[in-house]
Design a binder for this molecule. Structure first.
Ligand code: FHN
Length: 482
């Protein structure tokens, strides 16, 4: 954009300079981030979600004819080189003819998810291999042509909705099965025509999904990093607008599209390109300032990097329910949702290890829900004991590190609006007192919460701190002039 010229005022020049810094974009961020409608508020209240990766890849489960695929099990179709079984791609592309998950019971999954405390589900309608778990009319590579035949997406949506769990549809743009799909940006006319066909197919499938499953709350897009897709800024921008128009309230994260300069997640002006930041995968932000002011989710595997079913979990560290409960509180304390992945086997069973985690985590979550659901970042420094969350004038401290002296010392900045009035643990009142810490330049006030001597919980616990408007008079130390 042109700079203002001539002798304008200093302010006008400054404004012009600011304008100059903004890159004009046709396909940048929409007014998406920081949405304040009811759907988005509901999303913020979830806290905990379940991810399910399920498809044909669950049949090999990371292994075939005694050989092991050295990658994420849902990627097994891309197995190549000397280590791969002969004619592997052909074998894989015919595996759907064996897909017959006779043990699949969507109601059982949904009940388990509910008991775990999940408020929403992200379900793989189609992963990179292109196999559709719904009977799409735009391809033959669907559940309809397996021995199982029945629409799996519908069963899942209905069962989870019946348990009060919202459903989001995972959809991979990468589709190894479609003849028009390209990874590199098309260079020849033939490639371009093929890719146009693929784009239309993708659009058709997305519209089809919304039509078939009207209770869908959002799409969770994936496989959008290929140059071919990145170059489609005009198309993807229009498509996103269309999806939002026909399905008001639809929630879409930052992984769907790129702007005209190829920027993903954040456009060339650093604006979030979606309703929430969708880049946190298997890793949580280290501190609030990294995600400050934005909505975000983190999708988490139980083993290090397996989303689809892998029959061998022995060779790597498998997270425990305690690991996950801590991650959950870490996420929620920074305004994020944690989404824990499950990978059912080829028959439709959720493996016992995942079942145990769901049960143990659910047991803990059911006692700690007030600190998880509907809470927000508390605006306080992170305490060493655990994590703060907040709802209205109630503050929650979820304690993971029990102090040996049985005193929880709360540091509350002097300029924080509220201060502790009453503190309880499991409904029992605890003694709390503001303490004199001596003189220094510290910006905090300190409150000691005294835990009973015989209080030795085996699990992390939540203390509830009812706050009241801070007594500013009291918080000004006459002697704190150093
Ligand atoms: O390649 C996929 C992977 O298989 C899995 O689906 C994850 C889930 O977030 N997403 C992709 C990698 O970012």
């Amino acid at each position: 954009m042109a700079l203002a010229t001539g002798g304008g005022t200093a302010m006008a020049q400054q404004a012009a300079a600011v304008k100059t810094d903004t890159i004009p974009l046709k396909y940048g961020a929409h007014r998406t981030g920081n949405r304040n409608d009811a759907e988005m508020e509901r999303w913020r209240d979830y806290g905990l979600g379940q991810f399910i990766h399920w498809g044909v890849y669950a049949i090999p489960g990371g292994h075939w004819e005694g050989k092991s695929y050295n990658g994420a099990a849902e990627w097994i179709r891309s197995w190549g080189g000397n280590g791969a079984p002969a004619n592997w791609k052909e074998t894989y592309d015919n595996l759907y003819k064996q897909f017959n998950p006779t043990d699949f019971d969507a109601k059982k999954w949904a009940k388990q998810a509910k008991a775990m405390g999940a408020k929403y589900l992200i379900f793989t309608t189609k992963h990179h291999d292109g196999f559709c778990l719904w009977p799409s009319k735009y391809t033959e590579y669907t559940i309809k042509n397996t021995p199982y035949k029945k629409d799996i997406v519908k069963q899942v949506v209905d069962a989870y909705n019946a348990e009060g769990i919202d459903v989001y549809l995972y959809f991979s743009i990468i589709d190894w099965n479609h003849p028009g799909y390209r990874s590199a940006a098309p260079k020849t006319e033939k490639d371009s025509l093929a890719y146009e066909d693929f784009k239309q197919f993708t659009k058709n499938q997305l519209l089809e999904l919304l039509e078939r499953y009207p209770t869908t709350k959002g799409f969770w897009f994936d496989g959008t990093w290929d140059q071919a897709w990145i170059k489609q800024a005009g198309f993807t921008d229009a498509l996103e607008k269309e999806l939002r128009k026909i399905h008001p309230g639809l929630i879409i994260g930052s992984r769907f599209r790129a702007d005209e300069n190829g920027k993903r997640h954040f456009d060339s002006n650093n604006k979030l390109m979606g309703d929430y930041e969708q880049g946190w995968e298997r890793k949580l932000p280290a501190s609030y300032d990294v995600v400050a002011g934005r909505d975000w989710d983190c999708v988490m595997t139980i083993p290090p990097n397996q989303w689809g079913y892998n029959s061998d979990w022995k060779s790597s560290y498998v997270k425990t329910a305690s690991d996950l409960s801590q991650m959950l509180m870490q996420a929620v304390s920074m305004n994020g949702n944690l989404v824990i992945n499950f990978g059912p086997d080829g028959k439709g069973n959720i493996r016992p290890e995942e079942g145990n985690i769901a049960q143990q985590l659910g047991q803990w979550v059911s006692q700690s829900g007030e600190a998880i659901y509907g809470t927000r970042y508390a605006g306080l420094p992170k305490p060493d004991y655990g994590y703060y969350t907040k709802k209205g004038q109630q503050l929650f401290l979820t304690v993971f590190n029990q102090p040996v002296n049985k005193v929880l010392r709360l540091a509350i900045p002097r300029d924080y609006a509220d201060e502790p009035k009453q503190v309880t643990v499991a409904g029992k009142k605890l003694e709390v007192k503001r303490i004199d810490m001596g003189m220094d330049r510290d910006k905090n006030l300190y409150y000691d919460v005294i835990l009973p001597n015989d209080f030795n919980p085996k699990q992390p616990y939540v203390i509830t701190i009812d706050m009241e408007k801070a007594n500013k008079k009291q918080s000004t130390f006459g002697d704190a002039k150093t």
